[in-house]
Design a protein around this ligand. Structure first.
Ligand SMILES: C[S@@+](CC[C@H](N)C(=O)[O-])C[C@H]1O[C@@H](n2cnc3c(N)ncnc32)[C@H](O)[C@@H]1O
Length: 224
C-alpha cells in the first residue's frame, strides 16, 4: 500500500473521494482487497481505488452522473450483487447503513459471502430479484434500490422492486444486449425510460456508460 500521487480529496458525493481522475472510497475493511484494486493510505485512513471498468456505479460518476442518492446511513437493496465488487464500494459509502446483497447464482454467492464476512453492513442473500416477496422479511427498509441483473425485462423488475419496498430512489444499470442483441441500445434505453414513467416513477437522469461499459446506461429514478 502506498500514497496516492495526488492528494485524496472529497468529491462532494458522500463517501466518494478522488485523487486526480481516480475515484476512491474509504475502506470499511482495511487491509483487504475485493477485486485486486489498489489501496492507498493518507493520514491514517485507507482508501480503495474504485475502478470504472469494473464497476458501473464508478463509471456513472466518471461519466458525469450527478444524482447520486446514497447517504452514510442509507439502506440499499442491491439486486444482482455478483461476487461483491460494486457492493463492497457501496458498503464503504454507507458505513452506518446497510447493503442487502441479492444474488441468484450459487457460484457468485460463495465469493460474495467471503466479502460480506469482513463488512458488518453487508448482508448476503441467495435469492431472485423477480421474487420480491421472498426477500421482504430480510429487508428492513430500502432507501435506494440498486439493480444490475443483466437479464430480460430489467426495467420491469426494477419498477416492481421500487414499489414493493417504497424506495424513494433507485439506480438501474441497463444492459442493452440482455434485452435484445439486434436492436439499437439507444432504443432500449428509451423504452426502459418510458416503462419507468408508465409505472409512475420519475426519471432523474440517464447516463451512457461508454467508454467504460459498452451498450450500458445508468438510469436514476425517484418516486414522486
Ligand atoms: C453484471 S453482474 C453484477 C455485477 C455487480 N453488480 C457489480 O457491479 O459488482 C449481474 C449479476 O446478476 C445476477 N442475476 C441475474 N439475474 C438475477 C436475478 N433474477 N436475481 C438476482 N441476481 C440475478 C447474475 O448472476 C450476475 O451475478
Amino acid at each position: 500500500m502506498g500514497e496516492a500521487k495526488q492528494r485524496i480529496v472529497p468529491t462532494g458525493f458522500p463517501g466518494v473521494f478522488r485523487s486526480g481522475d481516480m475515484l476512491l472510497t474509504k475502506s470499511l475493511a482495511p487491509g483487504t482487497k475485493v477485486y485486486g484494486e489498489r489501496l492507498f493510505s493518507q493520514e491514517g485512513e485507507e482508501y480503495r481505488e474504485w475502478v470504472p471498468d469494473r464497476s458501473k456505479l464508478s463509471a456513472y460518476l466518471r461519466r458525469g452522473g450527478s444524482r447520486f442518492p446514497f447517504r452514510p446511513d442509507s439502506h440499499v437493496l442491491y439486486l444482482g450483487a455478483s461476487s461483491g465488487t460494486t457492493p463492497s464500494h457501496v458498503s464503504d459509502i454507507v458505513p452506518q447503513g446497510r447493503v442487502y446483497c441479492v444474488e441468484i447464482s450459487p457460484r457468485m454467492f460463495r465469493d460474495l459471502v467471503g466479502v460480506c464476512e469482513r463488512r458488518p453492513n453487508m448482508m448476503p442473500i441467495l435469492g431472485d430479484a423477480t421474487k420480491l416477496d421472498d426477500l421482504a422479511f430480510l429487508v428492513e427498509r430500502a432507501d435506494v434500490v440498486y439493480q444490475d441483473v443483466a437479464q430480460r425485462n430489467q426495467a420491469g423488475i426494477f419498477a416492481k422492486a421500487m414499489k414493493r419496498f417504497s424506495a424513494p430512489y433507485g439506480m438501474l444499470a441497463v444492459k442493452a444486449r440482455s434485452e435484445d442483441v439486434a436492436r439499437e441500445p439507444m432504443m432500449i434505453f428509451h423504452e426502459a425510460e418510458v416503462l419507468l414513467r408508465k409505472e409512475g416513477l420519475t426519471v432523474l437522469e440517464i447516463i451512457d456508460l461508454e467508454p467504460f461499459e459498452k451498450d450500458h446506461a445508468m438510469i436514476v429514478a425517484g418516486r414522486p
